[in-house]
Design a protein around this ligand. Structure first.
Ligand code: FES
Length: 176
């Protein structure tokens, strides 16, 4: 058995210790926003936060996450209005969408740890693969969040209440 916290809820998985965290999240907890891509730690589609760090969950045996706090894309923001999500929509950095959740999780962890990343910081932290080729737009989106780009504030994505969006942006975009 493995006890941990997933998206703020205590969870006990009764799985073989070598079971990848990704399978526990998707197949047991039905948190299917986290995607299975390569299964070998290369693509980043399975990225989640473990104690605030971006981790590729396909390569993490469940036994290694005992007592940790895991966050998936479903809990990153209550309204899908996280600044990274808004910025990626505003920049057109979402195409087929398969890799998007992993990229958002990686970018949000980067900005939480380093609110003013350089292009080199972004390149080093966001190694997720995207076959649609959004990387240049992705870098612009992340740098826009780091700048507290007003254009992002002005155009929340469809379905996001502008008041919620305006509330969400300053939390991450505040200068140190
Ligand atoms: Fe985990 Fe590709 S599915 S890195």
């Amino acid at each position: 058995m493995t006890d941990l916290t997933v998206n703020g809820q205590p969870v006990r998985y009764r799985l073989a210790p070598e079971t990848p965290l990704l399978f526990a999240l998707r197949d047991v907890s039905n948190l299917t926003g986290t995607k299975y891509g390569c299964g070998s730690g290369e693509c980043g589609a399975c990225t989640v936060h473990i104690d605030g760090r971006a981790v590729r969950s396909c390569r993490v045996p469940i036994a290694q996450v005992e007592g940790t706090m895991v966050t998936t894309i479903e809990a990153l923001s209550r309204d899908r209005g996280h600044p990274v999500q808004q910025a990626m929509v505003a920049e057109g950095a979402i195409q087929c969408g398969f890799c998007t959740a992993g990229i958002v999780m990686a970018a949000s962890a980067l900005l939480a740890a380093n609110p003013q990343p350089s292009d080199a910081d972004v390149a080093g932290a966001i190694t997720n693969l995207c076959r649609c080729g959004v990387q240049p737009r992705l870098v612009r989106a992340i740098r826009g969040v780091a700048r507290g780009d007003g254009a992002i504030l002005a155009v929340p994505p469809p379905g996001i209440d502008p008041a919620d969006a305006a509330h969400a942006i300053p939390a991450l975009s505040a200068k140190p």
